[in-house]
Design a protein around this ligand. Structure first.
Ligand code: AQP
Length: 332
């Protein structure tokens, strides 16, 4: 079975629809076809300096949500990144293989640095993609299901794997991104050309998986569309409508042209109502399962400990080879 690895940051009190459609939903499908490793990347989350209580709470929420969407500990390995020390160890080794200019080209860093101010942005934010490369390469992943915002980081990961292999001998699989075109970038409901994002979207622009039906419906109904009335996919002129069509199509499995035909001549009202109901119907069972899982922290922590145990086995094997190849002396 090919291997798959992906991660999600515990940087909010819930995943949003973009995380769900762009990434996590594919994770669920891939646990059936791949040997799958999925992690809550808490070490990535500290690049924005959360309070300790917040990090603890969000890490558990993220993990509970992963189980709640359907990841099954019998079929895949779900773990917390910081529980497997090899991630930071390999990140250091890879950072010594990365050029400053190469790292400085990463657009996500540039965007975030612009947001926080160049001097306030920490070194961790700068080296974030190298830690991400370590996450992936440790598990010898063949595929990495992500949204399009992570494509550049995946390219860096591939470059680092190839560079390491040619310098020290074949060690790492060179991974491929797995990006589903139709859902690669779910956009902000209020700013339909910008990505829906945990940290940059306004509360009105984002649909959180753990949100109650009332606010979810309200936000979809108030989503920015345009002054026209036609429900048509047109990225350029109707980005808001196009985003909602993509969401409806992904959640219902109905192709966009069929949806366009269904709403012909009806205006936006019925269309938005249907999208809202689909979102509520998808999120409600996930929220209920997440709440149940969070009610028993000891059991949740036990599931994560078992996941870390399995992940560690693979990570240790890769690290032993990396150390050997780079010339580190063996430990006793
Ligand atoms: N809007 C999106 N559309 C499609 N996919 C998306 N992803 C994120 N936003 C969208 C994908 O979700 C996975 C997990 O994301 P992450 O936790 O690593 O954070 P991110 O990519 O940085 O997303 P956010 O929501 O903007 O988080 P913050 O604000 O914390 O940085 C990834 O596979 C991502 O591609």
């Amino acid at each position: 079975r090919p291997r798959v690895l992906s991660g999600i940051q515990p940087t909010a009190d819930s995943f949003h629809l973009g995380n769900y459609l762009g990434a996590v939903r594919q994770w669920v499908a891939m646990q059936e076809t791949h040997e799958a490793f999925y992690c809550v990347v808490d070490l990535h989350a500290i690049t924005v300096n959360p309070a300790p209580e917040e990090l603890r709470r969000r890490t558990r929420i993220a993990a509970a949500q992963l189980f709640a969407v359907g990841l099954d500990p019998e079929r895949c390995t779900v773990f917390v990144q910081s529980h497997v020390r090899e991630h930071t160890e390999l990140a250091w080794m890879l950072s010594c293989q990365t050029g400053m200019g190469e790292a400085a080209r990463m657009t996500q860093f540039k965007d975030k640095a612009a947001k926080y101010g160049e001097s306030a942005a920490g070194v961790g934010l700068f080296t974030y993609p190298i830690l991400m490369a370590a996450d992936i390469l440790l598990y010898q992943a063949d595929q990495v299901p992500v949204g399009v915002d992570q494509k550049q980081h995946l390219e860096l990961t591939r470059d680092l794997a190839q560079r390491f292999n040619s310098r020290f001998g074949q060690t790492f699989k060179v991974p491929n991104p797995y990006i589903l075109k139709e859902v690669e970038k779910i956009t902000d409901l209020q700013e339909p050309t910008a990505k829906m994002s945990k940290s940059s979207s306004s509360p009105q622009g984002i649909l959180d998986v753990l949100e109650q039906p009332g606010p979810l419906r309200k936000k979809v109904m108030r989503a920015v569309t345009d002054t026209g009335t036609e429900v048509l996919a047109d990225e350029e002129n109707k980005p808001g409508v196009t985003n909602l069509l993509r969401i409806q199509s992904a959640l219902s499995g109905t192709p966009i042209p069929e949806l366009e035909a269904r709403y012909a001549g009806q205006g936006y009202g019925t269309f938005k109502k249907d999208v809202a109901e689909l979102v509520v119907d998808t999120f409600t069972p996930i929220r209920e399962r997440t709440e149940k899982l969070l009610a028993d922290e000891a059991e949740l922590d036990k599931l994560l400990a078992a996941g870390a145990e399995r992940a560690r086995e693979v990570a240790r094997e890769t690290m032993a080879e990396v150390r050997e190849r780079m010339g580190f002396l063996p430990t006793s």
